[in-house]
Ligand binder design. Sequence first.
Ligand code: G3H
Ligand code: 13P
Ligand code: ZN
Length: 311
Amino acid sequence: MPLVTSKEMFEKAYKGGYAIGAFNVNNMEIIQGITEAAKELNAPLILQVSAGARKYANHTYLVKLVEAAIEETGLPICLHLDHGDSFELCKSCIDGGFTSVMIDGSHLDYEENVALTKKVVEYAHAHGAVVEGELGRLAGIEDDVNVSAEDASYTNPAQVQDFVERTGVDSLAIAIGTSHGAYKFKPGQKPQLRFDILEEVEKRLPGFPIVLHGASSVVPEYVETINANGGSMPDAVGIPEDMLRQAASMAVCKINIDSDLRLAMTAGIRKYMNENPSHFDPRQYLKPARQNIKDLVSHKITKVLGCENKA
Ligand code: G3H
Ligand code: 13P
Ligand code: ZN
């Protein structure tokens, strides 16, 4: 089976009240852990590559690794550019085999966002790929995505219909209070999401797939393991799983997860190295790291996304 777009996945997910997991990938062990879990559970998958991942691992290596995963699993897999920041980057990914791109014009003013997104959509659709746009801005810090809390803003539902009609995007990322990275809410703060905004967007765009970025739960078990094995992460609070399930039962068809994968992988490596300080074969410490990724993704598929047996 070749790579697929997310079109059919989203149509089924919308009707079925579940979401597809969009997992960030940076190397072979991450791709293997995710796809082994999805294969066992017969779940559709979106594997996404950020500009930073592409710089780290190289476009061709990542595409070939994902192609290998398709050959091994037989699953429908969509290969997506996460947070594309220019037409050139989106074009380069589409030309290089990606079936989906995000053009993140959320930092631009509205008319500039419309114009850039429309340009990417025209190119993508002419080449068989689909496009995710973004309205509203999430807070949070990662390598190539860095937005302070003051610069973050919720999506304005009054804009979504005009944006979708004028750009022709296939899905829309919105900001309802999630954020990127491991530190989403302050310790002691009650996590809250603006489900009223999601409901309003759903009313204005019936049947249209919505995307939730910054959706890691920051699984406490992994933070504790990191800290029990030489790490020193401050208290980290993520998005509660029941909120993600609620979003998945609504118009949210794609849920982005990266930080939880990073924590799972790091926890596996730290624990192994702490328990076996004289070992130095990377295969030994990457094995439990890959297993942690697999366990985490199995949990997400069955307990959060609801996409088991939907491939
Ligand atoms: O939302 C951003 C993704 O988690 C990718 O992060 O730019 O550090 O690869 P990155
Ligand atoms: P997290 O940092 O919550 O995993 O979000 C990832 C993301 O939105 C990738 O685009
Ligand atoms: Zn994101």
